[in-house]
Design a protein. Structure first.
Length: 334
C-alpha cells in the first residue's frame, strides 16, 4: 500500500479509502445489497490486512448502523485508534448543517464509532437553509473542542465551496482540506470548476464512486450482482448516459488487456494520474479490495490518460444539489 497525508495535518492515510455505504442495515429497498455486521467485520479487517487504514462513512448510511458496525469491528479486534483514520459526514439529517444539528450529529457519530474524535468530518452537501457562517463556525468549534481533527466537504458547486472557504478564511476559522466529490471516467463535470479550485487551494481529492458503481469494472453495461439488481440509486446516476459512456468503457477494457490487469485497476490508476489522493472503494467482496490494493502499482502514461479522456462528453449534473431535498434523501445520494 502507498500512503499520503491529509493536507495541513500529520494524518497518514492510505491511497485508498473504504466506503462505509456498503455496510449497515438496509434502511430502504435500494440498499438491500449492503453487508451485515458479520460481513462488515470481515471486510474491515481484510482492508487493514492490506494496509488500508482510511475509512469513510456517514451518519445516514444504514441509518447509523454503518458507523456502528465499523466501530464494533475495530473494538472487537482491539485495533489501536491511532492505526486507523476515520471520516464521517453530516447533512442528510434533521437541521441539515445548522449549529444545533452539527453538534448533535457529531456526538451520535462518535458514540456509534466508539471513539472520542474523528480524523475528518465532512459536510455531505451544501446547505441552502442555513448561513455559511453558522456552519463554518460550528465546524471550527468542533476542531477547537478536539472532537474533529480536520474538516472536508462533499459534492457541491465550485462557487459554493469557494464561498465557504472564503468565509472561514475571513473569520480565522479552519478551512476544508478534503473534497469528496462524484468523479470517475464516466463523470468528470467537476473538472470545470470544483477540482481546479481544490488543486489551487491544496485541498485533497477523495472521490466517491471511482468505479461508477461497477460500470468501469466490466465491458458490458449490465452487471449481474445483487447491487445491480436492487440499487435504484445507481441506475438514477448512470443509466441516462449509457450511449455516451460505452465508448469510454470499451477503452478501459482495451487498456486493461494491454496491461494484463483488471478494468477496475485501470480506472483507479486513472484517478491517481489525475491527482486524486484517495479514491473511495465501496467493496462488498474481499477480492474487490485485493484488486484495488494491487492497482496502486499500475501506472498509466500521459498518452494512455489522454486515450481514456478523449471520448468524454458533457453530462448532466449528478451529485451537487440545486436545493435541499424536500425529504431526507435525493434520488442520486450515494
Amino acid at each position: 500500500m502507498k500512503y499520503s497525508r491529509i493536507p495541513q495535518t500529520e494524518i497518514k492515510i492510505s491511497q485508498l479509502a473504504i466506503g462505509g455505504m456498503s455496510f449497515g442495515k438496509p434502511a430502504m429497498k435500494t440498499y438491500r445489497w449492503i453487508l451485515n455486521e458479520e460481513e462488515t467485520d470481515k471486510m474491515v479487517q481484510h482492508a487493514l490486512s492490506l494496509g488500508i487504514n482510511f475509512f469513510d462513512t456517514a451518519n445516514v448510511y444504514g441509518m447509523g448502523t454503518s458507523e456502528k458496525y465499523i466501530g464494533n469491528s475495530l473494538k472487537k479486534h482491539q485495533v489501536p485508534r491511532d492505526k486507523v483514520v476515520l471520516a464521517s459526514k453530516v447533512y442528510f439529517n434533521d437541521g441539515r448543517l445548522s449549529k444545533a444539528a452539527i453538534n448533535r450529529e457529531i456526538d451520535g457519530t462518535l458514540r456509534r464509532l466508539g471513539t472520542d474524535y474523528l480524523d475528518l468530518y465532512i459536510i455531505h452537501r451544501f446547505d441552502y437553509d442555513h448561513p455559511i457562517e453558522e456552519t463554518m463556525a460550528a465546524l471550527d468549534n468542533l476542531i477547537k473542542e478536539g472532537k474533529v481533527r480536520a474538516i472536508g466537504a462533499s459534492a457541491m458547486y465550485g462557487y459554493q465551496f469557494q464561498n465557504m472557504q472564503y468565509v472561514a478564511e475571513k473569520n480565522g476559522w479552519h478551512q476544508f482540506v478534503a473534497m469528496e466529490n462524484h468523479y470517475n471516467l464516466l463523470y468528470r463535470e467537476d473538472e470545470r470548476e470544483l477540482i481546479p479550485i481544490c488543486k489551487q487551494d491544496g485541498v485533497m481529492l477523495m472521490p466517491y464512486s471511482p468505479l461508477a458503481s461497477g460500470h468501469l469494472t466490466r465491458s458490458t453495461w449490465e452487471g449481474h450482482s445483487k447491487r445491480n439488481a436492487t440499487d435504484t440509486s445507481e441506475r438514477a446516476k448512470y443509466d441516462h448516459a449509457k450511449e455516451q459512456d460505452m465508448p469510454i468503457i470499451k477503452r478501459v477494457a482495451t487498456l486493461a488487456d494491454q496491461h494484463h490487469v483488471k478494468m477496475s485497476q485501470i480506472a483507479l490508476a486513472w484517478q491517481w494520474a489525475k491527482g486524486v489522493t484517495a479514491p473511495i472503494i465501496g467493496a462488498t467482496k474481499e477480492q474487490y479490495l485485493d484488486d484495488a490494493a494491487q492497482a496502486v502499482d499500475v501506472e498509466l502514461t500521459p498518452d494512455e490518460v489522454d486515450y481514456l479522456d478523449e471520448p468524454y462528453t458533457a453530462h448532466e449534473i449528478v451529485g451537487a444539489l440545486d436545493q435541499n431535498p424536500v425529504g431526507m434523501l435525493p434520488k442520486d445520494v450515494k
